[in-house]
Design a protein around this ligand. Structure first.
Ligand SMILES: Cc1cc2nc3c(=O)[nH]c(=O)nc-3n(C[C@H](O)[C@H](O)[C@H](O)COP(=O)(O)OP(=O)(O)OC[C@H]3O[C@@H](n4cnc5c(N)ncnc54)[C@H](O)[C@@H]3O)c2cc1C
Length: 587
């Protein structure tokens, strides 16, 4: 049974298979909604999560953030994509179940495949440009947002919202900052006040402060020398053409694990590096090329942005009410009648010289002028392309593995870890993700501690001061265990670090990203050795009338929501260049 036919039953149940074809009209509300140009609005509000013992650095850090946002918005509003509005979009998207009778007229100008953040950003850009370009977004699952998911849980204040997928944004992510502003959302600072903990394989629990490393001075020197080396080398990697840098072949033939063996000397620093890589990329350093690693660091603006916590880092802010609100509001602004959920695209046919035919699992066909495919590589590879995709793109899709993790949130009445002076951040430096570390084995044998499922833990206290901890579990081992047992093991792990109050949560939720249909790419794909030098340009080069979006096709903040938004805008601009060359969306 094929991947798609195994899903047919579920989709029929969800109503995706037997809807009447839709006739999509121009949404009257759109002009009003999008008529509020970002350039006329104020910067999205930022609040700092209150902490019982705020760090002395909290206030200066917040003001630094305000400054960086102001400069980011100055840049954005210059080429604002919402300023050009025309009321003349007579969008028609008539999907048909009938065999294509050779009609030469498109049912819609542009079909966007995938309603994750990238697909929504592409659709939003096209709707805002509003140059008579009709569009339709086809989504396989029954909701928008995919790797972005927010749940409401019982909290100390009644109920509140927590993210179980993408959760943080950074002031240096200008495309996300712009969206937060346009959509009138509020952000708050991820608290980093208090002491972090690193728990090593040999049982040592090392306390350390933000922006420092949990080592003795010799190991620290080893690690910081390595960081300096990486920062120097990554400057040689061009974001648009990483395959062209002088050392490209050498770095792309070496795994990151081999590279770090050559450049980090001490065992503790090596293990800590591996733990940081697994936390950020979801896979161990043995699975990605060194060139890819250097490319991603550059795409995020440096080591600090990618690996640290605090100002101008990837873990700087959260969005009040959860990140899924970004996708839900975007879907409203695009106009939900342009979105068809629960019906995956199965084929894209470009054999006609003028039009592309996109077919869904339920048998509907849409003829269009251009297609934007906004999917993770492993799902793009499941679509039947006719003519087949280029060898280069096919080769690339086979060299982009992704991780396999489970995310959880536990809510509490009180932030007991903060009272003890802890930030709530714990990184577990285990030598193997899937078997208990030495320290676990020892503590279990001694009866002194539990087997701990999570490899990282964060304070997830909300803007309304509802205390919570969130964390990440390497799922291969722990998904075999029933959820109630897994939950108890997680609580015991928290108790191990922060005391007995951990055992009295208010609520618990988890998402296993390894088993979610259509979005099992945690948090993103990586490039295996050889992929960049062999195939990088195929990632975003349009394939005839098919354009590529999705955060894995980006050169800015690769692996992050900001990259997804950027890729959607870039693909929208490519389509406009072909259909309305005079319109600029401002990428
Ligand atoms: C657990 C986790 C934590 C993360 N943390 C962060 C974070 O803190 N900060 C951050 O910036 N980023 C984070 N990310 C990454 C972020 O979520 C992604 O970069 C971003 O959401 C990717 O968006 P996308 O649109 O490119 O892809 P996706 O979200 O994967 O969207 C693709 C869409 O295509 C649909 N689809 C698939 N196949 C088909 C088909 N055949 N037909 C139609 N539709 C199809 C899918 O259902 C999905 O809706 C995290 C991701 C995960 C999983």
């Amino acid at each position: 049974m094929s991947f798609f036919s195994s899903l047919l039953k579920r989709n029929e149940k969800a109503g995706g298979g037997d809807e009447a074809p839709v006739f999509i009209e121009n949404g009257d509300a759109l002009s009003t909604e999008t008529g509020q140009s970002a350039s006329t609005k104020t910067t999205g509000a930022i609040a700092t999560a209150r902490s019982p013992a705020p760090s002395p650095s909290a206030t200066p850090r917040s003001s630094a953030v305000g400054l960086s946002l102001a400069s980011a918005f100055k840049k954005i509003t210059t080429g604002d994509l919402l300023t050009e509005l025309h009321p003349s979009n007579h969008g028609v998207a008539a999907g048909t179940d009938e065999p294509d009778a050779g009609s030469k007229s498109p049912s819609v100008s542009v079909v966007i495949v995938g309603a994750g953040l990238a697909g929504l950003a592409a659709a939003h850009s096209l709707r805002c440009a509003n140059q008579g370009i009709s569009l339709l977004v086809l989504e396989s699952s029954d909701r928008v947002g995919s790797r972005i998911v927010t749940r409401d849980l019982e909290s100390s204040n009644g109920r509140d919202f927590w993210d179980l997928g993408a959760q943080w944004i950074s002031g240096s992510q200008i495309h996300m900052m712009q969206l937060v502003d346009q959509l009138d959302l509020q952000m708050y600072t991820q608290t980093d006040a208090g002491t972090h903990l690193a728990h090593f394989d040999d049982g040592r629990k090392v306390a350390f402060e933000a922006l420092t490393h949990p080592f003795s001075s010799m190991t620290k020197l080893d690690y910081t020398t390595f960081i300096s080396k990486v920062e120097k080398l990554r400057l040689e990697v061009s974001l648009e053409n990483p395959e062209d840098c002088p050392m490209a072949r050498e770095w792309d033939s070496v795994t990151l694990e081999q590279f770090r063996k050559q450049h980090i000397w001490t065992a503790a620093a090596q293990q800590y590096f591996d733990a940081q890589i697994k936390l950020v990329f979801g896979v161990p350093p043995s699975e990605m090329s060194t060139l890819f690693f250097l490319f991603v660091i550059s795409s995020a603006g440096g080591w600090h942005s990618l690996f640290e916590m605090g100002s101008e880092t990837a873990r700087e802010f959260r969005i009040k009410g959860g990140t899924q609100r970004v996708c839900e509001i975007l879907a409203d602004k695009i106009n939900r009648s342009y979105l068809k959920l629960g019906d995956p695209v199965v084929s894209i046919n470009q054999s006609d010289s003028e039009l592309v035919t996109v077919q869904t699992l339920s048998g509907k066909r849409y003829r269009c002028e251009r297609v934007i495919v906004a999917l993770p590589p492993k799902y793009t590879a499941k679509i039947n392309f006719s003519p087949p995709m280029t060898m280069e793109r096919d080769g690339l899709l086979q060299r982009m593995p992704s991780g396999n993790s489970l995310y959880f949130v536990v809510t509490y009445k009180e932030a007991f870890w903060q009272k003890q002076g802890f930030s709530g951040y714990v990184i577990r430096v285990t030598s193997s993700a899937n078997k208990p570390s030495q320290s676990e084995a020892e503590t279990t044998e001694n009866g002194a501690g539990p087997q701990i499922p999570f490899t990282a833990l964060f304070d997830a206290t909300t803007m309304d001061q509802s205390p919570a901890l969130s964390g990440k579990v390497e799922a291969t081992k722990w998904r075999q265990i029933p959820i109630e047992e897994r939950k108890v093991a997680i609580l015991k792990g928290i108790e191990f670090y922060f005391g007995v109050e951990a055992m009295e949560p208010l609520d618990y939720a988890e998402v296993d990203w390894g088993t979610e249909s259509f979005c099992s790419s945690y948090p993103s794909c990586v490039f295996a050795p050889g992929a960049i030098t062999g195939y990088f340009q195929a990632l975003k080069t349009p394939f005839q009338r098919v354009h590529w979006a999705g955060e894995e096709t980006t050169v800015r903040w690769f692996g992050f929501m900001d990259g997804a938004v950027y890729s959607g805008k870039r693909a929208a601009q490519e389509v406009l260049n072909e259909l309305r060359p005079d319109v600029v969306v401002g990428v």
